[in-house]
Design a protein around this ligand. Structure first.
Ligand code: NAD
Length: 293
């Protein structure tokens, strides 16, 4: 079994990005600039945003954090989005989800200029991705594709079972893996909460991508010997042996499943770190105008 080490891989990619920034600086070019909008005090969102900002600093990108209280009005948040759309120094930005209930996430996502949508959530980017056109890919699936590619994991003709059909992970993952080219050319089954016999579906998989948000849900007897298992889940469970009283686990019962796999991602230290790195890769693409010219 080989561990797909997201920490090591993301550090390597960050070194490549830092080297690119050095080159840009030498040539007097524009330094990539990512902005993040954080609304409210959601603890997970605060952790995610601060890790995005910290990662920008590590590779030499400029970053801007826009923080607003949870009671910000929708119109005011839209104004912030329009301001970032029109700021020529900002190459890309994200509005961290989830947003407070009184704000429409759909409205905010649609208001983001798709040329700066480095999260890849705007329907223009999603549609372009689905048609195989150049697009900002959603960061988590992009990070997973990069992980498969950089580990030379064979995907052509493989049967991939994706668990979960969210717009940000499951559905784009299924699309990307079924697309022509490498990594891709898989035969994909997209499963969800209404799937009749999930265990039977997973047993047929050469590649499993679990993104449902239920701790340690995927069991060892569901997984075929030699399967590649990508665990996207980030779930906090109680653990009295830890000082904090809790720990993070994925959607896969790691200890039982890992011995059966050819490759598996750990949680933490797997997909999560690659997600942040993919966001940086998208920001560089935005700065270089690689997608939209
Ligand atoms: P979501 O809550 O939007 O969607 C969950 C999906 O799981 C739904 O499509 C639902 O149909 C499916 N599902 C729920 N219960 C199921 C069941 N019993 N059987 C089969 N399918 C079931 O989730 P999301 O935003 O895609 O996130 C999923 C997990 O991934 C969460 O733990 C989240 O924290 C994590 N996540 C991690 C990263 C990362 O960077 N590693 C990024 C995004 C999300």
């Amino acid at each position: 079994m080989q561990l797909l080490d997201g920490k090591l891989l993301s550090e390597n990619i960050k070194m490549e990005l830092a080297a690119e920034v050095d080159q840009i600086r030498l040539k007097g070019g524009k330094i990539p600039h990512l902005a993040a909008v954080l609304v409210g005090e959601n603890p997970a969102s605060q952790v995610y945003v601060s890790s995005k900002i910290k990662s920008c600093e590590q590779v030499g990108f400029k970053s801007t954090l826009v923080r607003r209280p949870a009671d910000i009005g929708e119109a005011e948040l839209l104004d912030i989005v329009y301001g970032l759309n029109n700021d020529p120094d900002i190459d890309g930005f994200i509005v961290q989800l989830p947003l407070p209930k009184h704000i429409s996430e759909e409205k905010i996502t649609l208001a983001i200029d798709h040329r700066k949508d480095v999260d890849g959530f705007h329907p223009v980017n999603f549609g372009r991705m689905a048609q195989g056109m150049p697009a900002f890919l959603p960061a988590t699936p992009f990070g997973i594709m990069e992980m498969l590619r950089r580990h030379n994991i064979e995907t052509s003709g493989k049967h991939c079972v994706v668990l979960g059909r969210s717009n940000i992970v499951g559905t784009p993952m299924a699309l990307l893996l079924s697309r022509k080219g490498y990594p891709g050319d898989c035969t994909v089954t997209l499963t969800h909460s209404r799937t009749r016999d999930l265990a039977a579906e997973v047993r047929r998989a050469d590649i499993v991508v679990a993104a449902i948000g239920i701790p340690q849900f995927v069991k060892a007897d569901w997984v075929r010997d030699g399967a590649v298992v990508i665990d996207v889940g980030i779930n906090r469970i109680a653990d009295a042996t830890r000082k904090s009283g809790s720990r993070l686990v994925g959607d896969v019962d790691f200890d039982a499943v890992a011995p059966k796999c050819s490759h598996i991602t750990p949680v933490p230290g797997g997909v999560g770190l690659m997600t942040v790195t993919a966001l940086l890769m998208n920001t560089l693409k935005a700065c270089r105008k690689e997608i939209y010219g």
